[in-house]
Design a protein around this ligand. Structure first.
Ligand SMILES: CSC[C@@H](O)[C@@H](O)C(=O)COP(=O)(O)O
Ligand SMILES: [Zn+2]
Length: 225
């Protein structure tokens, strides 16, 4: 499959969907200070050859302009002539697509995901249990415990991307970057958005419940791996 062989209608539909989600997340104030990036895959998936649309780097993501997105290949290189630069974090998207075969990857910075990533960063995972929204991850087991992986953050993005395979858990559609933000993904935009909203709910819940109890639970205390 070449990029040119993917229909214009499909590419336009993906751009329209991304634009709508960008507006919805902006309304939640999920892109403070130009942070965050969104992508969606186009065409068929081959772990060694795929294409996706991604937000251009450094833009005010609360605005809608003709210069918000561009298409890249699985190495993160633009596939059309453009003056736009793909997100500085494109390599992380590439790695998540390659490992999961998913179709949408969304990244946002929020106060809740940043605080939680700091509290649990040393443990390498955020434990959660007994929260109904865990079912949004398609986990239906009674009182299922989950562990959301936390990676250290680096200014050098390839150093983050190369660590993604070490922590990515196929049953958990997200990874937190410490002091940075969350990446969530899904088999389509609807599912990636659902997952991202569930993660953010869990982080906000944990933030409040930990402050009330005045102690950070340990991963092992509730049976996480
Ligand atoms: C301006 S702070 C956020 C950036 O450093 C980065 O983490 C981010 O999420 C957005 O980068 P971008 O290159 O616009 O996709
Ligand atoms: Zn970021």
């Amino acid at each position: 499959m070449t990029f040119a062989s993917i229909s214009l209608e499909h590419k336009q539909q993906v751009l329209d969907e991304l634009r709508l989600i960008k507006q919805q997340f902006a309304a939640k104030n999920w892109f403070p200070g130009t942070s965050g990036n969104l992508s969606m895959r186009v065409g068929d998936f081959d772990p060694e050859k795929f294409y996706f649309a991604i937000t251009a780097s450094g833009k005010d993501k609360s605005l809608s302009t003709p210069e918000d997105f561009l298409f890249v290949d699985n190495s993160g290189q633009a596939v059309e002539t453009t003056s736009l630069k793909p997100s500085a974090e494109t390599l992380i998207h590439c790695e998540i697509y390659r490992l999961t075969g998913c179709a949408a990857v969304f990244h946002v910075h929020t106060v809740f995901n940043n605080v939680i990533s700091e509290w649990f960063g040393d443990q390498g995972a955020v434990p959660a249990q007994g929260i109904e929204l865990i079912k949004a991850f398609n986990i239906w087991e009674e009182n299922a415990p989950v562990s959301i992986p936390v990676l250290p953050n680096f200014a050098h993005i390839p150093s983050i991307a190369e660590r993604v395979p070490d922590v990515l858990d196929p049953s958990i559609p997200g990874i937190l970057l410490r002091g940075h933000g969350i990446y969530a993904w899904g088999k389509n935009a609807f599912e990636a958005k659902k997952h991202l909203e569930a993660f953010e709910f869990i982080f906000e819940y944990l933030y409040h419940s930990i402050l009330l109890k005045n102690s950070v639970p340990q991963v092992n205390a509730i049976g996480h791996r």
